[in-house]
Design a protein around this ligand. Structure first.
Ligand SMILES: [Zn+2]
Length: 215
């Protein structure tokens, strides 16, 4: 546990989950901080050209590319679900298979979703410490919404479970009606799906060429 004393109160950082993925580092100076940077692009404020430059050299599933901090910075499981839903793209599409129009659609969806949530969370906090921080928000479209209607088309939101994580998508908006759950899915999961943050960071940019995408 970490405790930070401020004039108005004390911020306690604890890890509630059993996965023990959280860590705290105390660093001195920008150089020390830069060493910790996995190097992914900060998409907010990036141009389409920079975005394509970051993801085009990889060939990963979109889910993997969005959540890999060596490729793109700051997008976790929850927001990647929301972004892919906004972009109307399957989490299993491969980055190398996207058309220029789809790359633009994905870049715009990232800017829109991250921008909206940054404003929403800042408004709610209004200068105070956010009292409750969670990846599950009732206003999300698909993340954490398994079985509930997609806000765009009303279809029940589906899920892909892998290791300890769950990913949500709308089969009508994103996968042309297909459900992503069969043996090709588990083969693909083995090759190219982020299972844990630790594994992701250990693998870096070199890991996992994908198989043929089912969706
Ligand atoms: Zn839908």
């Amino acid at each position: 546990m970490g405790a930070f004393d401020f004039a108005k109160g004390t911020l306690l950082l604890t890890e509630a989950g059993k996965k023990r993925r959280a860590s705290l580092h105390l660093l001195a100076g920008r150089a020390a901080l830069a060493e910790m940077d996995p190097g992914g692009l900060e998409v907010l404020g990036s141009s389409l050209h920079e975005f394509v430059g970051a993801i085009a050299p990889t060939n990963h599933t979109l889910k993997r590319a969005l959540t890999d901090p060596h490729i793109l910075s700051g997008i976790g499981n929850a927001y990647s679900d929301e972004i892919l839903h906004r972009a109307r793209l399957s989490p299993f599409r491969q980055t190398a298979g996207l058309s220029p129009a789809e790359l633009e659609q994905l870049h715009e969806a990232i800017l829109a979703v991250l921008g909206e949530w940054t404003r929403k969370l800042a408004d709610e906090a209004r200068g105070d410490f956010p009292a409750k921080v969670t990846a599950f928000r009732p206003e999300m479209s698909v993340h954490g919404k398994y079985g509930q209607p997609c806000p765009v088309c009303g279809t029940a939101v589906q899920r892909i479970k892998y290791a300890e994580n769950e990913s949500n998508y709308c089969p009508r908006c994103q996968t042309e009606g297909r459900m992503l759950a069969d043996r090709s899915l588990s083969r693909l999961l083995k090759a190219d799906w982020p299972r844990t943050v630790d594994e992701l960071e250990a693998r870096g940019r070199t890991g996992g060429a994908g198989g043929s995408p089912p969706g």
